[in-house]
Write a protein that binds this ligand. Structure first.
Ligand code: ATP
Ligand code: MG
Length: 557
């Protein structure tokens, strides 16, 4: 057992230090600041759990702030989807806010910096600005426009705002130090001209703040205490602090942590957008996508994602998490909650030759592993003709194959013992049916003489079987690191052509009444979710959430 009062991460330690010193008067106020340019993915779940979890832990608040400063890529559809996903994950925000609501305040503050001699209008082109910036080994050079008078800068900036100039003809830059070893302090751009309509502010603005200029000031306006971001922003922190200090406004603490990288997956909205736009997946909520909407559609429960975030923790160094750990967590989440049932994914007919033709033998079987009452039992019928998995029969088995084979006996799960006596084949020599003799004395599962049978297989009664579309998902990328693409190609080249297989499975009759959104363990196979959109009454469609084979647990041994 861990001590529940001990800080859980280095970020908790920082917060507790602030609480001790009274830096924020004991307040904890975080924010989750997505850019509405795509759907949230599992990396965002880590950030959401961290920001909301931290505030909950210390009795604080969390804002949902849309970082909507880039009008060309942002859409209302994304805003709506992000809200749905955060709620689904189990969190509720203190306030829903938009960086674009601060455009007026940011403009006033920019004017204030110009008046203080801390910002100027530059006429260099984007390429020239880049060239003047220098490199890690060389200092930058001052723009020829850096020495403009305050009044000229005020005039030009106002005219930028009024729409007098073309895109890329002028920018507003902070006036810091072109020789700073920290490149972000080499007169970073604060505003660029974009003659684009914004989803919220319409055509009110044709200059838009950069991330660096908008983000810290938005945090400050909202009274955020701890501004948590991913490691790429570590070298933006000096600039974050410079703006705040230069304006003399409330100073949040920026804290960086390692982003989530997951094997066999890409977690970047830009790349996920390409998968959607190029038709490699059916949409943002394709169950193969690492988006929250995709995971939800697949059947993953929010509890499992929260447990996953807790389990991976937060660190200060980047690493890649094996997707097998995520799958292990999904299995753990469903192990106790999902009822069990028998489903045959790739059917092969078996005829029990000595079973009376019209007889139906019913068994009461536990839906769970430890049924506590009658409602947790299901009725399973056995008849003369049944289906088993094709995999569970081999005409010429290798040694140690304990399933069905000529002359070999198996246990039909929950029912009886049966031994194979022969096969039927089609003209091509493919086995079309298997003949068995069952042992009537073993009904209920055990042989009265105590003879041992090593293999147990699942099955369904042929006349009672319920056909259902079952979608078997495999990783979208076949390789561990999809970013490592062959020469001249990109991550798209690593797509797994076998990421989706659709089969018509046969389900035991207890599943005829399945409700969309139900989850089951199909025994010996995996966890499955009745797709809420595609299932119809009496016609369930199942998505495989995760298979039963646990490669994570195996690696740990
Ligand atoms: P992407 O590259 O996928 O667009 P982003 O960082 O640009 O991601 P934002 O919408 O800006 O996406 O992210 C909102 C918040 O989520 C940020 O605070 C960001 O740091 C965090 N975040 C994004 N991706 C991850 C990740 N893989 N792991 C942890 N946090 C992440
Ligand atoms: Mg981004």
């Amino acid at each position: 057992m861990t001590d529940s009062t001990a800080p859980k991460s280095f970020i908790h330690e920082i917060v507790e230090e602030h609480n001790r010193t009274g830096r924020f008067g004991g307040r904890v106020h975080t924010r989750f600041p997505p850019e509405p340019n795509g759907y949230l993915h599992i990396g965002h779940a880590k950030s959401i759990c961290l920001n909301f979890g931290l505030a909950q832990h210390y009795g604080g608040l969390t804002n949902l702030r849309f970082d909507d400063t880039n009008p060309t890529k942002e859409e209302q559809e994304y805003i709506d989807a992000i809200k749905e996903d955060v709620r689904w994950l189990g969190f509720d925000w203190h306030a829903e806010l938009y960086a674009s609501d601060y455009f007026g305040q940011l403009y006033e503050w920019a004017v204030e910096l110009i008046r203080k001699g801390l910002a100027y209008v530059d006429d260099l082109s984007p390429d020239e600005i880049r060239a003047y910036r220098g490199s890690l080994t060389e200092p930058g050079r001052n723009s020829p426009h850096r020495g403009r008078s305050i009044s000229e800068n005020l005039d030009l900036f106002e005219r930028m705002k009024a729409g007098e100039f073309d895109e890329e003809s002028r920018v507003l830059r902070a006036r810091i130090d072109m020789a700073s070893p920290i490149i972000n302090l080499r007169d970073p751009v604060m505003y660029r001209i974009l003659k684009a309509s914004h989803p919220r502010t319409g055509d009110a603005w044709c200059i838009y703040p950069t991330y660096d200029w908008a983000h810290g000031q938005s945090d400050s306006i909202e009274g955020i205490t701890h501004s948590i971001c991913t490691l790429e922003f570590e070298n933006h922190r000096p600039l974050y602090e410079w703006f705040i200090q230069s304006l003399g406004i409330h100073a949040p603490q920026q804290i960086e942590f390692a982003r989530l990288n997951l094997s066999h997956t890409v977690v970047s909205k830009r790349k996920l957008l390409r998968l959607v736009n190029e038709g490699h997946v059916s949409g943002w909520d394709d169950p193969r996508m690492p988006t929250l909407s995709g995971l939800r559609r697949r059947g993953v429960r929010p509890e499992a994602l929260r447990a996953f975030a807790e389990r991976i923790g937060v660190a200060k160094a980047n690493s890649t998490i094996d997707v097998a750990l995520l799958e292990h967590t999904l299995r753990e989440d469903l192990e106790d909650s999902a009822p069990r049932a028998m489903a045959v994914l790739r059917p092969l007919k078996v005829i029990l030759d000595n079973f009376p033709e019209d007889k139906v033998e019913w068994f009461d079987v536990d839906f769970y592993r430890h049924a506590e009452n009658r409602e947790e039992l299901r009725r399973v019928p056995l008849t003369r003709e049944i289906y088993i998995e094709q995999d569970d029969f081999m005409e010429n088995p290798p040694p140690k194959y304990f399933r069905l084979a000529p002359g070999q006996e198996v246990r039909l799960m929950n029912a009886c013992l049966a031994a194979c006596t022969g096969v039927e084949k089609d003209a091509a020599g493919v086995v079309t049916a298997v003949h068995c003799t069952y042992d009537p004395a073993s009904l209920g599962g055990q042989a009265p003489d105590g003879r041992r049978v090593k293999g147990t297989i699942h099955w369904v009664s042929a006349p009672h079987a319920v056909p259902a579309e079952v979608r078997l998902y495999n990783p979208l990328f076949a390789v561990e690191n999809p970013e490592e693409a062959p020469e001249g190609e990109d991550f798209i080249a690593n797509l797994n052509p076998q990421s989706l297989e659709v089969v018509t499975a046969l389900l035991e009759p207890a599943l005829a009444q399945v409700r969309p959104g139900d989850r089951y363990q199909f025994v010996r196979s995996g966890y499955f979710f009745a797709d809420p959109q595609d299932s119809a009454p009496g016609k369930p469609v199942f998505n495989r959430i995760v298979g039963l084979r646990d490669s994570w647990a195996k690696q740990q041994k």
